[in-house]
Design a protein around this ligand. Structure first.
Ligand code: DGJ
Length: 712
């Protein structure tokens, strides 16, 4: 527990959140506006007036409440609103019953607690060794209370923020735009880094200058995140992998989101983020509250690798379910690329024999096992075993697999329903839809309306029926299309723009209920690969299928991009077939195995010929995976090189005794210059012995100083 205070309150009211490494500071101005003072390297105190925002004379200034030179457009703020001389993108825009859209919340009081309350209905980071400050703002005209919650951690250079709005009046307030965070940086030239992509090429990194005007990344698909991951880095132009400052953000949210980066006329940079305001509005009835998704923010001054270390340890220790922290993941063989929909008890048991012989620890029965599911046109929603394929049921097949000494995993796509299914025939009103428009299909399926409690109850009962058998060790939770025709029969006409967010609240309710009921079951989050790879889902499911791209060269960029925020412990990877089913490239088994090595959840998804032809080599890779599983789940990962053609990563075991170096050269040429790669964080005086394949003779040793300062 914390013994040192992490939150200091000075006169004025000045709030200083500091763990001795970073400081986050703000104050209530004499007018009651929450002014941001500092987020960066720790400062000893924040009483110094040098931190206060200036109030320079500017030509054509608007004076807030007649205060001389007090122009909110020019003031860094904690929770800026629309309409009172700040014309930048606000964190909050709402309308009261009088049609007034000018909010003006002012500071009223604060509370400090050593317990961070978990958010109601939304994922939240745990709060070991932390303190939480809640600042209360009040808008008396709107009868609205705003609670800004900040948590500072003793052992992580992270601040988490969340916002709750409470309608204390007797008229509804319409919330049109309500973000989770705002950070106003001093005027300057900054770069931003974000991760964009598409199916099977997630996490492509893009770095460019913060432009004048506004740069937005968002999702309005009803899911984060293959087009844009809900994470962002802003940094001075000089920051690189090994040096320099950055601030970075990750939303704990898996639905529609937006990040805005705005450079104002005075060149100050504003970053704010939260639920996407597009097609969103929320009717906040009297006495009710609205909670915004949580956001985590990191400051780091040791380059992007340093930033990643902070995210990795925070996600490992405060985000992923406690029962899976530092727990090695079983190696697994997934039936998908061996059988696709053509799976049965007989073929599963035969695959289990191969699985056992190869030394794989778990067999996963992917798609195709439930009633009538012979292709992707039918049956989603009918979560009953197909009696033609599994006459004694899936649980009985699972038992047989387990009797062979293996763990057993099962695939579900709970949020979906096929038009051709018993479920859709009996409940056509249970899908996400709008009146008088034919719903679009995606992979020939509709989305079940998880904002509807009856839908959630049905799904919980179906999943419970399988998991309560005790035979299922792992669930792959898939989700293969995004939202269209967003609407729900469960909500009133005036609440239809709440549906996308209510859907996410429904998903979180279902996944928290099911994961709490079966804490020993390892859940893997998959959404056509990485379409919902975010801190929200990771709060319930310890690992995710980063991408459907299982071909290793295609994976290099994806894994490299994901590693800026996400640790190896959260990522799953296969040795896939060759040529690859995604891009047709043929790559050696060695390279397929070496790239997959850097994810904690490692497995195989191969067809039978591949499995048989490569039997001995696969055995050797799997035995290596097993003996290194602890190091990969808890080790430190660094990016050493990425020039588009060569990529190098380093993974160091927690005790620092083993260092794994991955170097991948995509297209080579003859007679290339020799390059040296400098390793990071080694003990200078220690000797490191090179363990290399038998055909390369000898096991030379190098000192940590040589490897770090001169290179390998
Ligand atoms: C999409 C996933 O990404 C695949 O791995 C596989 O599970 C299929 N769905 C099954 O339909």
């Amino acid at each position: 527990m914390t013994t040192k205070r992490l939150i200091l309150v000075g006169e004025g009211e000045r709030f200083h959140l500091t763990n001795g490494s970073i400081s986050y500071a703000f104050r209530a101005s004499p007018e009651g506006i929450l002014e941001h003072l500092h987020f960066g390297k720790a400062v000893p105190n924040i009483e110094n007036s040098a931190l206060e925002p200036r109030r320079p004379y500017r030509a054509a200034t608007l004076e807030y409440e007649a205060q001389l030179n007090y122009l909110l457009d020019d003031i860094p703020q904690e929770y800026p609103v629309f309409g009172r001389s700040d014309n930048r993108v606000p964190t909050l825009h709402g309308i009261n019953a009088d049609g007034n859209s000018t909010l003006s919340p002012l500071y009223s009081r604060y509370e400090i607690s050593s317990e961070k309350p978990l958010l109601s209905g939304l994922p939240s980071a745990r709060s070991d060794n932390s303190e939480t400050l809640t600042v209360f703002l009040k808008d008396s005209l709107f009868d609205l209370e705003i609670r800004l919650q900040y948590t500072v951690y003793a052992e992580h250079d992270v601040i988490t923020r969340s916002v709750e709005l409470i309608n204390g009046g007797d008229q509804p307030i319409s919330l049109n735009h309500v973000y989770s965070t705002n950070l106003d940086l001093c005027a300057g030239d900054y770069d931003l880094l974000h991760f964009r992509g598409s199916w099977a090429r997630e996490f492509e990194q893009e770095r460019h200058a913060v432009p004048h005007g506004r740069f937005v990344v968002e999702s309005n698909k009803g899911a984060s995140s293959n087009a844009h991951n809900p994470t962002l880095v802003v940094m001075p132009k000089t920051t690189d992998e090994h040096h320099g400052e950055s601030v970075s953000f990750a939303l704990l949210y898996s639905g529609n989101f937006a990040f805005n980066v705005e450079k104002s006329e005075f060149e100050a940079v504003r970053i704010n983020a939260g639920i996407s305001p597009f097609n969103f509005s929320w009717k906040l009835n009297p006495g009710r509250s609205f909670v915004c998704p949580e956001v985590a923010q990191v400051y780091c001054d040791s380059g992007l690798n340093g930033m990643s270390q902070i995210w990795h340890s925070f996600i490992n220790q405060q985000i992923v379910p406690t029962q899976f922290v530092d727990i090695p993941r079983p190696t697994y063989l997934n039936s998908w690329e061996a059988h696709y929909f053509d799976i049965s008890e007989e073929s599963l048991v035969s695959l289990a024999e191969t699985t056992r012989d190869l030394g794989v620890e778990m067999l996963v029965l992917d798609d195709g096992w439930f009633k009538g599911r012979d292709d992707d046109k039918t049956s989603l929603g009918d979560w009953f075993a197909d009696e033609r394929k599994f006459p004694k049921g899936v649980v009985s097949a699972a038992k047989q697999v387990k009797e062979m000494g293996l763990k057993f995993g099962l695939w579900f796509e709970p949020e979906m329903v096929s038009e051709q299914s018993d479920l859709f025939a009996s409940h056509p009103d249970w899908i996400v839809q709008v009146p008088n428009r034919k719903p679009s299909t995606g992979r020939q399926q509709y989305i079940l309306d998880l904002s509807n409690a009856s839908v959630r109850e049905y799904l919980f009962e179906r999943l419970h029926a399988f998991l309560s058998s005790g035979e299922i060790d792992y669930v792959k939770w898939d989700m293969n299309r995004t939202m269209t025709e967003v609407g729900s029969t469960a909500w009133s006409k005036e609440q239809q723009q709440e549906v996308a967010h209510r859907y996410m609240l429904g998903v979180y309710e279902l996944v928290s209920k099911i994961t709490e009921a079966f804490p020993q079951v390892l859940f893997e989050n998959c959404a056509s690969g990485g379409n919902r790879f975010d801190l929200g889902m990771l709060t319930y499911m310890a690992q995710g299928w980063v991408s459907d791209m299982s071909e290793p060269i295609g994976r290099l960029e994806i894994f490299n991009g994901a590693s800026y925020f996400y640790p190896a412990s959260t990522m799953a990877s296969y040795i896939g077939p060759q040529p690859s089913h995604q891009n047709g490239r043929a790559v050696s088994l060695q390279t397929r195995a070496d790239v997959a090595f850097f994810c904690a959840a490692r497995g195989l998804s191969l067809n039978r010929d591949d499995l048989l032809d490569n039997n001995e080599a696969l055995k050797s890779h799997l035995s290596h995976y097993k003996s290194t599983a602890q190091d990969v789940v808890e080790g430190q990962l660094y990016r050493l090189l990425n020039d588009g053609n060569q990529v190098a990563w380093q993974l160091t075991s927690r005790d620092g005794k083993r260092v794994y170096l991955g170097y991948f050269h995509i297209l080579s040429k003859p007679n290339l210059p020799l390059r040296r790669i400098k390793l990071i964080g080694l003990n200078s005086d220690a000797k490191y012995r090179l363990v290399q394949p038998a055909w390369q003779h000898g096991q030379p040793s190098y000192s940590g100083a040589e490897l770090g300062n001169y290179g390998f």
